[in-house]
Design a protein around this ligand. Structure first.
Ligand code: MIC
Ligand code: SF4
Length: 628
């Protein structure tokens, strides 16, 4: 029997597989970091005693914290650049673009594996890579040459049939899939796309689909490397990087989904979750205050060409603010040369820097109760910076059509191909710096020593510090935005903001009680890979999170920093029953006792041997340091 594509690449990179725990260790060829997670990742890497990175390629991008208000972010950027130069990492300066977009343009190669300290690392699946998002410490370990452990994923085959109708886009395909699977439906799964329908999707469109596989919690998503891939690489002057990579025709999948592209309608993810989906028809008439086009999901040249085709000769509605962030300096240069930029400006658009910007709450917060349409990938509560705002995720086509009409509208009967994209792509950027392995690492005052985290112990009594619902995101746990992001390399300071958007007293309560435990329901920790959502609670004394289920990356981050994730599964003993608890655990079982209600629950300890050992040591960094 033949192999599917995901398993082909995984098997070529397999270091070991343990049947008992169902964990596989994978060799990672490439690593990616961005500045908001990179500072910690490199501080961690520097404790591992290596003279240089052990990967084929490691790239450090600056794209999140580009607002330099005060010295903090500039200190971080300088630290990142000097680390990169010393240890052999390519450095992408601020302004060069969003990591996932630049990676596609300059570095992604079919068949390679990549781990990145950003949950949208799977974007590179659009180029036929197995690219996985992880916490910074896991990326640091890969840079030090260690393999990466994942639960052996189930491979879901998604067959695309037919062709999209005009005005419907790759974004609508993935929003449709998110509606089918929900925000937790992809955990420990790889989504593999195939079928005649993929032949009409370009690499940037495939990348949009893989990017938002993160929104169902998937380990990653992948498309084959075929003639469309060669077309993209040729335009980039990288045809030598092409390698045909497809599934065997007689392969099978663990699960199957079939989608007819002709039947997909323009869709929107409504506030405040990507899986809260409605059709644009159902939403027509909703008045719009702001339209934002950009982010690692939809900021490619072809996205902006469609937007400009719709805006050509038209005016942005007087009550709408339209802002556009081209995904990279390459995209910006190209839209400057082929008339797209002047079309956008003539219509009344604001142009933003090539960076994450408003997607991570760096500016452009909507007005009070504002309606904001965004081509981004996350509309979690308060992520935009305005708690009362309503954020909808839509395609670039819908965004542009709505910017003109002033209310949510689909792009019907519009010619989307008014710009020639077969132009010469700039190959080199002065914003990419290649390392010469010299110099010393510069650590400005914003870079603080990594705190010592003690093991939690096998028996402890603790108070419940917060009790939460389903689908708590890492944006709830550790908010981002322009006020908090500058402290990503300062754990003491950033810990003051844990849960601050939903519970301003959380940090103080933890301090007053010497920490405690967190209880929650399903899919705790969905969204971003930020390990700060584990380190900062641990710093505040959180010992365990007791939940029905966890999102993949966050569960690993908790273990990496010595917090015990207790997974209740479908137990009817829900989190609500807990207040003061006593927790004890050994290799086989975990006992939770409610001290005030005299209830006791015993559950199997499902941690793997490796995970159990990490909890006992107080986390992965402690383990690595003790073995040096
Ligand atoms: C995000 O989109 O939430 C981020 C910001 O890119 C994060 C990383 C971070 O928090 O720094 C992610 O997706 O992993
Ligand atoms: Fe940046 Fe937004 Fe993409 Fe995260 S989702 S990498 S913040 S553009």
């Amino acid at each position: 029997m033949g192999e599917n594509l995901a398993n082909k690449i995984l098997n070529q990179h397999l270091v070991s597989y343990d049947e008992k725990s169902n964990m596989m260790q994978i060799k990672m060829d490439y690593t990616l970091t961005q500045d908001a997670t990179g500072t910690l990742a490199y501080l961690e890497f520097m404790q591992m005693g290596k003279e240089k990175v052990q990967t084929e390629l490691s790239v450090s991008y600056v794209d999140h914290n580009t607002l330099q208000n005060g010295f903090m972010n500039a200190d971080d950027h300088r630290f990142l650049q000097t680390v990169a130069n010393k240890y052999g990492i390519v450095f992408s300066k601020p302004g060069n673009g969003i990591c996932h977009q630049v990676n596609l343009e300059r570095f992604a190669v079919p068949g390679k594996t990549m781990i990145g300290s950003d949950s949208h690392t799977p974007t590179a699946g659009g180029m036929g890579m197995i690219a996985i998002g992880a916490g910074g410490l896991d990326v640091a370990c890969s840079m030090a040459g260690m393999p990466y452990s994942i639960v052996k994923p189930k491979i879901v085959g998604i067959e695309l049939k037919g062709k999209l109708k005009p005005g419907v886009s790759a974004k609508d395909i993935i929003i449709h899939i998110i509606r089918l699977l929900t925000v937790k439906g992809g955990v420990n799964k790889i989504l593999e796309y195939y079928g005649e329908g993929i032949l009409s999707l370009s690499v940037p469109e495939r990348a949009t689909i893989c990017n938002m596989g993160a929104e169902v919690g998937a380990t990653t998503s992948i498309f084959p490397a075929d003639e469309k891939t060669l077309e993209f690489l040729t335009l980039q002057g990288r045809e030598k990087d092409f390698k045909k990579l497809v599934r065997d025709d007689d392969c099978t999948y663990d699960e199957n989904i079939v989608l007819d592209l002709n039947e997909i309608e323009p869709l929107a993810s409504c506030p405040h979750s990507p899986d809260n989906v409605k059709t644009i028809k159902e939403l027509s008439g909703v008045k719009v205050d702001q339209v934002l086009i950009g982010s690692c999901t939809n900021s490619s040249l072809s996205d902006l060409a469609k937007v400009a085709s719709i805006l050509k000769g038209k005016k942005v509605n007087k009550d709408v603010s339209l802002a556009i962030a081209p995904g990279s300096s390459q995209v910006l240069k190209m839209i400057t040369e082929n008339g797209i930029l002047s079309t956008l400006l003539d219509a009344g658009a604001r142009i933003l820097e090539s960076a994450c910007g408003p997607c991570i709450g760096m500016g452009q917060s909507p007005k009070t109760n504002g309606v904001s349409l965004r081509t981004f990938n996350r509309n979690f509560y308060a992520r935009s910076g305005t708690e009362s705002a309503n954020v909808y995720l839509v395609s670039p086509e819908t965004a542009a059509a709505s910017a003109i009409s002033g209310h949510i509208s689909a792009a019907e009967n519009m010619d989307l191909n008014q710009f020639d994209l077969n132009i010469t792509y700039p190959k080199d950027s002065n914003l990419l710096i290649y390392p010469d392995f010299t110099g010393e690492v510069e650590m400005g005052p914003n870079i603080k020593k990594f705190p010592d985290l003690k093991p939690i112990g096998n028996n402890f009594e603790a108070k419940v510090m917060i009790s939460l619902e389903d689908n708590i995101t890492t944006d709830h746990i550790m908010p981002a935005g322009s006020k908090v992001l500058p402290y990503r390399s300062n754990i003491e300071k950033i810990s003051e903001f844990v849960f601050s958007s939903i519970d301003t007293e959380f940090a103080n309560r933890c301090k007053a009680n010497g920490g405690g435990v967190i209880v929650a329901k399903n899919n705790y920790g969905q969204g971003s890979s930020r390990e700060h959502a584990a380190i900062a609670p641990r710093y505040l004394g959180i010992r365990s999170v007791i939940a029905n289920s966890f999102a993949r990356i966050h569960r690993k981050n908790l273990i990496n920093f010595g917090i015990l994730p207790i997974e209740l599964g479908n137990q009817s003993f829900t989190a609500d029953l807990l207040d003061d608890v006593k927790v004890s655990y050994d290799r086989n079982k975990i006992t939770i006792q409610n001290l005030t209600k005299n209830i006791k629950l015993e559950i199997e300890n499902i941690l793997s041997d490796e995970e159990y050992e990490l909890i006992e040591c107080g986390g992965l960094l402690n383990k690595i340091k003790s073995s040096l």
